[in-house]
Write a protein that binds this ligand. Structure first.
Ligand code: ZN
Ligand code: ZN
Length: 249
């Protein structure tokens, strides 16, 4: 605990003394939390055209069927709308993976700023921000829940109320990693429940569910079903990065 405190103090002192660096390289930038010009050009932000239901980037607008991607046209998600800041690719992994697994909690602010921009329309009508929970055993090992850090930073920037422990994760699961969509859905079935008494705060509310990466949507689906069961009026999804659909190139 003490070393962690000294380390973060050290970083804060260095932040004041040294000029701010690009989020992805050593280039000096104007303000902390920015990309340099070269890295900015290489990062793929999710911008139009994308599917409004699942935030998957589309290569061309005419890949959409009635305004959504082919997958959402045949099997619409249980949530209303989804937004993502970044395409999950080699560049954004250089932000997401250290944030998630290597204690780079300082990246929560810059990532949240990108999420606020990408999710401006869904955040405008939101009452509550709910992060996807970790199982307590995973939380002990990692020491922080990356979705909570993002949600807290988004709440700070938007003044939408944060409800960090609205959901509980009922069992620990192995990392979903390379599992396919069907195996993912099976691994997370009935994995989440509203915390006891959470229904009082969730009932009738417009909730934005927050997570770091959206892959098959299996985890978000289960969280959304738990929020709807607790009485949430509407659930939207906002993530830092969206795994693209290889069929939509
Ligand atoms: Zn750079
Ligand atoms: Zn879609």
């Amino acid at each position: 605990m003490r070393t962690k405190w000294v380390k973060s103090l050290g970083r804060a002192v260095l932040d004041v003394l040294l000029p701010p660096q690009c989020l992805l390289c050593e280039q000096v930038v104007e303000a902390p939390g920015q990309f340099c010009v070269e890295c900015f050009c290489e990062v793929s932000f999710v911008s139009a055209p994308f599917c409004p239901r699942c935030a998957v980037p589309l290569a061309y607008a005419n890949q959409a069927i009635h305004g959504v991607c082919p997958r959402c046209a045949t099997a619409p998600p249980v949530w209303r709308q989804a937004r993502a800041a970044l395409r999950y690719d080699a560049q954004s992994k250089r932000l997401i993976l250290p944030f998630k697994h290597a204690d780079r909690t300082d990246l929560a602010g810059p990532l949240a700023a990108m999420m606020v921009r990408a999710g401006a329309d869904v955040l405008a009508g939101a009452d509550l921000l709910v992060p996807v929970p970790l199982h307590p055993s995973r939380l002990r090992a990692r020491r922080y829940n990356q979705a909570v850090l993002l949600a807290r930073q988004i709440a700070r920037r938007t003044h939408v109320e944060l409800f960090p422990d609205a959901l509980v994760r009922l069992r620990a699961t192995a990392p979903l990693g390379e599992l396919g969509a069907v195996a993912r859905a099976e691994a997370v079935a009935h994995l989440f429940a509203p915390r006891r008494g959470a229904g009082m705060r969730l009932a009738g509310q417009n909730v934005v569910l927050i997570d770091d990466v959206l892959t098959s949507g299996a985890t978000a689906t289960e969280c959304c079903l738990a929020l709807q069961a607790a009485g949430a009026a509407q659930v939207d999804l906002l993530v830092a990065a969206r795994v693209p659909d290889p069929r939509l190139r």
